[in-house]
Design a protein around this ligand. Structure first.
Ligand code: XMP
Length: 619
C-alpha cells in the first residue's frame, strides 16, 4: 500500500473540502488535475476520488481524462460529476432530467452497501445537479435513490462506487461516515496520516533543507506565521532563526508583546521592531505624486498603499541591519495547503492570495524566491490543523485561536474624515430612506463613507444608521432591501440606545493619530474580552471593531461599530444574528462596557450588512 488517495479535480467547488476530509480521517491525499494519466496514478495511489464539477459529461467542455483509470483495478469513488462519468465511461448513460436537485434532499439507501454500512436507510444529503444517471453500466446496481432519481451506484466486485450528492460537506448528515467507509471499508487504508507523523515530516523537511544555514521568518502575529516560527524553533537551533516582527503601530492592544512573550516562552527570541513612527510619517508615490504622511490621509486605498510600501522599506532596512545575504539564508513562510491548492488552481480567484503577498514582497524576499530559497513547512496543513499544531508546539490559545487580522491593521478600521460626506443627493436620500421603515424604526443617513462590493466592483459610499425598536428580523430585512434600491448605500448598522431624530450632518475631524488608535484599541479589547467570555471566537469567523467619526451631537466624540462576520471563504458572508449566533446579552455587555469604559464614544452600533453589499472590513 502507498497509503495515499488521489482526488481528481473536475473543477469542484468542494475539492479542497474532500482533501480536508480525507486528511481528517488520517488518510494522506493529493488533489490532482482531472487528466492525470493512469500510469502516474498507479505508481503512487491506492484509490481515486473523482470530484464534482460544473460541466456535463457529454458536453464539449467536459474535462478530459485518461479512460485507463477505470481499469486500474483500484477502488474509485465518483462524487456528483464523478459518479456520472464513472457510469458513462464504463458503459452506462447520463441524461439531463426535467427536475434539478439543488440543496438538501432526502435519500433512501441500501444499508447493505459497504459505503453505507451502519447508517440509517433514510437521510439528508446535499445535492447539486441537473444531469442524472439513466441506464446503469454493466455490473452496477443502484444503492441509493432520491425523488425517483439515482442517488448512488456501485459495482462492489470491482470496488467502483458513485454518489450523486456531496458526502464531503456538513450538509450531508452522514457524509463523513460514508467517506470513512470508502477509505477504510472499501480501500483498506490503515490511517497512518496522523498529526504526529505530519509534524515529524515537516521537521525533517526543515532540517534537511536548511542544514546549518539561517532562516528568516517575518512574524505578523497571525496564526500561520507564528506557528511557522514555533515549528522552526523545534526543528533548528535558536541561533539559526531570525524571527522578526514589525510593529506598524496599528496592532491591537498589547498584541506585539503577546506574540513576543508566547514565542519567548517556547524558546524563540522574536525581534520586535517598533516602526510606528515610520508608518505614521510614511508616504508613497500615487499617480506620480508624493502623498502626504499617513497621519494626514483619509482615503482607504491611499492608507493601504502607504502602509504596504512602508512595510517593504522597513523590512528591507531590518534585513540589511541583520547582515543577511541571500546565499546564507532561507525565508520561511506560513503558506498553508489551501493557499497552495488555490494558487495552483485555474478556477480559484486569487483575491486572498494577492492581498497577502504584497506584504512579504521585499527586495530580499524576491531574490530568495528567485533562488528557490523559500521554504513552506506548513504546506501540508489546513487552517484548523495549524491551530492544533500550534497548540501542540506550546503556543497559548490566545495566539492559536486568533481570528484573521488584516495586514494594515487598525489603520483600516478607523474611518478618517476632514469634512462630512454629503453629496447633493443627501437630503433626498434621507427622505427616501423614510419610505422603507415601519413607524418604530428610523433610518438615518450618516455623513461618512465605507467600502463595499456591489455588482462587479468596489464601492465607497454611505453608511445608514437604523435606530428604534430592536426587532432583528425587521432590521436585517431593511439591511437587505435598502442597498438593493438605494445604490448609494452599501452598509447599514443598528444604533444602540435612543431613537435618532433629525438628520446627522456633523463629523469629528479624525486622522490616524495615537489618541484615536488608542481609543479603538480600548474598544476592541472590550469586545474581544466579551467574545472570549462567551466562547464566540471560533463560532464567528471575524469580528472587526471599527471607529467612525460621527459624534451624534457630542462635540469631539466618535462612535464604534461592531462588525461580526460568518463565512467560509471571506468572498461572501453574513453578520451573526443576535439571539441565534450571538447572545443578545453578550452584545448588551459590549455596548455598556464600551460606553462606560472608553472615553469619547457617543454610540455603539451593530453592523447588519452581508457581503455583498458590504465588505468584511469597513475600508
Ligand atoms: P474584505 O474586507 O475584503 O476582507 O471583505 C476579506 C478578508 O481579508 C482581510 N483583509 C486583509 N488581509 N491584508 C491582509 O492580510 C489586507 O490588506 C487585508 N484587507 C482585508 C479581512 O480582514 C478579511 O479577513
Amino acid at each position: 500500500m502507498h497509503e495515499k488517495v488521489a482526488i481528481l479535480d473536475a473543477g469542484a467547488q468542494y475539492g479542497k473540502v474532500i482533501d480536508r476530509r480525507c486528511r481528517e480521517l488520517k488518510v494522506a491525499s493529493d488533489l490532482l488535475p482531472f487528466h492525470t494519466p493512469a500510469s502516474v496514478l498507479q505508481q503512487k495511489y491506492d484509490a481515486l476520488i473523482l470530484s464534482g464539477g460544473p460541466q456535463s459529461v457529454y458536453g464539449q467542455d467536459a474535462p478530459s481524462y485518461d479512460p485507463a483509470i477505470f481499469s486500474l483495478g483500484i477502488p474509485i469513488l465518483g462524487i456528483c460529476y464523478g459518479m456520472q462519468l464513472l457510469n458513462r465511461a464504463t458503459g452506462g448513460t447520463v441524461h439531463p432530467k426535467p427536475l434539478r436537485e439543488d440543496g438538501p434532499c432526502q435519500i433512501d439507501i441500501n444499508t447493505n452497501s459497504v459505503l453505507f454500512a451502519g447508517l440509517p436507510s433514510q437521510q439528508t444529503v446535499l445535492m447539486s445537479h441537473g444531469d442524472s444517471v439513466d441506464q446503469l453500466a454493466d455490473g452496477f446496481t443502484v444503492s441509493g435513490t432520491s425523488n425517483g432519481l439515482v442517488a448512488a451506484i456501485e459495482h462492489a466486485g470491482k470496488r467502483l462506487y458513485g454518489v450523486q450528492f456531496h458526502p464531503e460537506v456538513d450538509l450531508t448528515e452522514h457524509g463523513k461516515t460514508m467517506l470513512s467507509n470508502f477509505l477504510y471499508g472499501v480501500v483498506g487504508f490503515s490511517g497512518t496520516y496522523t498529526s504526529e507523523n505530519r509534524e515529524q515530516k515537516a521537521l525533517a523537511y526543515i532540517r534537511e533543507t536548511v542544514g546549518t544555514k539561517k532562516v528568516l521568518v517575518l512574524v505578523s502575529g497571525g496564526v500561520d506565521s507564528t506557528v511557522c516560527a514555533a515549528l522552526l524553533r523545534k526543528g533548528l537551533s535558536p541561533e539559526q532563526i531570525h524571527a522578526v516582527h514589525i510593529d506598524n503601530g496599528f496592532m491591537r492592544l498589547d498584541e506585539s508583546q503577546h506574540v513576543a512573550t508566547a514565542l519567548r516562552n517556547i524558546g524563540l527570541e522574536l525581534q520586535v521592531v517598533n516602526a510606528s513612527n515610520d508608518f505614521y510619517q510614511g508616504t508613497t508615490q500615487i499617480d506620480g505624486k508624493q502623498t502626504q504622511p499617513l497621519v494626514h490621509i483619509v482615503h482607504p486605498e491611499h492608507k493601504r498603499r502607504i502602509i504596504g510600501d512602508t512595510f517593504m522599506r522597513v523590512a528591507d532596512r531590518v534585513i540589511t541591519s541583520l547582515g543577511l545575504c541571500p546565499e546564507d539564508v532561507y525565508l520561511a513562510q506560513g503558506t498553508l495547503r489551501p493557499d497552495l491548492i488555490e494558487s495552483a488552481s485555474h478556477l480559484a480567484s486569487g483575491n486572498a492570495a494577492v492581498i497577502k503577498t504584497h506584504h512579504n514582497d521585499t527586495a530580499l524576499v524576491r531574490e530568495l524566491r528567485k533562488q528557490g530559497r523559500v521554504i513552506e513547512p506548513l504546506q501540508d496543513y489546513h487552517k484548523d490543523e495549524v491551530r492544533v499544531l500550534g497548540k501542540e508546539l506550546g503556543l497559548p490559545d490566545a495566539i492559536v485561536q486568533r481570528q484573521p487580522f488584516p495586514g494594515p491593521g487598525l489603520a483600516i478600521r478607523i474611518l478618517c474624515s476632514e469634512q462630512p460626506y454629503m453629496t447633493p443627493e443627501f437630503a433626498a436620500l434621507n427622505e427616501s430612506l423614510a419610505t422603507f421603515t415601519p413607524a418604530d424604526i428610523s433610518a438615518t443617513l450618516l455623513p461618512v463613507q465605507t467600502v463595499g462590493v456591489q455588482g462587479d466592483g468596489r464601492t465607497y459610499s454611505y453608511l445608514v444608521g437604523l435606530s428604534g425598536a430592536r426587532n432583528w428580523d425587521a432590521l436585517f430585512s431593511l439591511a437587505q432591501a435598502i442597498p438593493k434600491q438605494l445604490h448609494a448605500v452599501n452598509r447599514l448598522v443598528y444604533v444602540f440606545g435612543d431613537h435618532i431624530s433629525g438628520p446627522i450632518t456633523e463629523i469629528t475631524l479624525t486622522h490616524l493619530t495615537p489618541d484615536v488608535i488608542q481609543q479603538l484599541q480600548h474598544a476592541d479589547a472590550v469586545v474581544h474580552e466579551e467574545l472570549v467570555r462567551h466562547t464566540l471566537l471560533q463560532k464567528l469567523s471575524q469580528v472587526p471593531v471599527v471607529s467612525f467619526p460621527v459624534p451624534f451631537g457630542v462635540q469631539g466624540n466618535r462612535s464604534i461599530g461592531i462588525r461580526t462576520f460568518i463565512t467560509n471563504d471571506f468572498m461572501v458572508g453574513r453578520p451573526a444574528l443576535p439571539g441565534r449566533d450571538i447572545p443578545e446579552q453578550a452584545l448588551d455587555t459590549m455596548v455598556d462596557r464600551i460606553l462606560k469604559e472608553v472615553p469619547g464614544i457617543s454610540r455603539v452600533c451593530y453592523d447588519l450588512t452581508s457581503k455583498p453589499p458590504g465588505t468584511t472590513e469597513w475600508e
